[in-house]
Ligand binder design. Structure first.
Ligand SMILES: Cc1cc2nc3c(=O)[nH]c(=O)nc-3n(C[C@H](O)[C@H](O)[C@H](O)COP(=O)(O)OP(=O)(O)OC[C@H]3O[C@@H](n4cnc5c(N)ncnc54)[C@H](O)[C@@H]3O)c2cc1C
Length: 233
């Protein structure tokens, strides 16, 4: 994939939850990217060009517009802008596509996609690829969220499981409402029964969560299990 510098205009912002938003950016020129890629986003803040990396959450079959799914860092520099300022029609500079954990490297017929928090965004793009572009024998998607309200793209993932026999989806939540029947805890608490031999395991989210999950999978001593770890700080 050619890494390019281009511009984009923010044309829509959707609230995914109280702390997450989906930013739609129409591009000055079409781009080709592989699911799993990220872009560098440059914003002028107080006269300084500020750069942050964001994974692309839209389908790789769309070339004129991308979406980025972002989580609010309340004391951060960039993300609070999307909560505190009207960013619609703002022009941004972008560079990409970038990243090593892209779907072209995932060669197995059995794929696991594990998403912690806002990691669900890029997992949505990767899941779209394995559902609609390259079919695999088995695709298991598990999201891990703090609360039920924070399960991002729940309907999208549940629809995939409904529409494709080879796709299964589970949402795990660490802080549950009383009486809820949703699986409780972290993703790594719900891996019994899965066979990780001969599989690709894609993990995205906070570094600590990713590390603990990968350790848990490794403890089952899987053969020919390849990890793709997109950890945010
Ligand atoms: C490859 C990649 C892909 C990514 N994809 C996504 C994505 O899809 N979605 C997403 O939401 N994020 C993603 N990120 C993270 C993203 O790039 C930003 O780091 C994040 O949005 C926070 O940016 P910010 O400017 O709001 O916060 P920042 O200003 O970067 O601050 C982040 C936190 O660090 C603290 N901090 C800042 N400076 C200091 C300091 N000097 N000492 C101590 N603490 C400090 C802040 O208080 C805040 O809590 C990705 C990162 C990488 C590397």
């Amino acid at each position: 994939m050619n890494i390019k510098k281009f511009t984009g205009k923010i044309n829509k912002i959707i609230d995914l939850s109280e702390t997450a938003k989906e930013i739609h950016i129409s591009l000055s020129e079409p781009i080709d990217f592989l699911s799993g890629s990220f872009v560098n986003l440059f914003l002028g803040i107080n006269g300084e060009k500020t750069r942050r990396a964001y994974s692309i959450s839209s389908s790789s079959s769309l070339h004129d517009e991308i979406t980025l799914s972002i989580r609010l860092s309340p004391t951060g520099t960039v993300t609070p802008l999307f909560w505190n300022k009207n960013m619609i029609d703002e022009t941004v500079e972008l560079m990409g596509p970038l990243g090593l954990n892209t779907v072209d490297k995932m060669k197995h017929n059995k794929v696991y996609l594990f998403a912690f928090g806002v990691g669900s965004g890029v997992v949505k793009s990767v899941a779209d690829y394995f559902a609609n572009i390259k079919k695999v024998e088995s695709l298991v998607i598990i999201t891990g969220s703090r609360s039920e309200d924070e399960i991002l793209y729940k309907e999208y993932f549940n629809d995939l499981a409904k529409n494709f026999e080879n796709i299964s989806v589970m949402h795990v939540v660490s802080q549950l409402r009383e009486g809820s029947t949703v699986p409780k805890g972290y993703i790594q608490d719900h891996l019994d029964g899965f066979d990780f031999n001969n599989s690709d395991v894609y993990v995205c989210g906070q570094e600590k969560a990713c590390d603990q999950l990968v350790e848990k999978v490794k403890s089952t001593n899987p053969e020919d299990c390849i990890f793709f770890i997109e950890a945010f700080h």
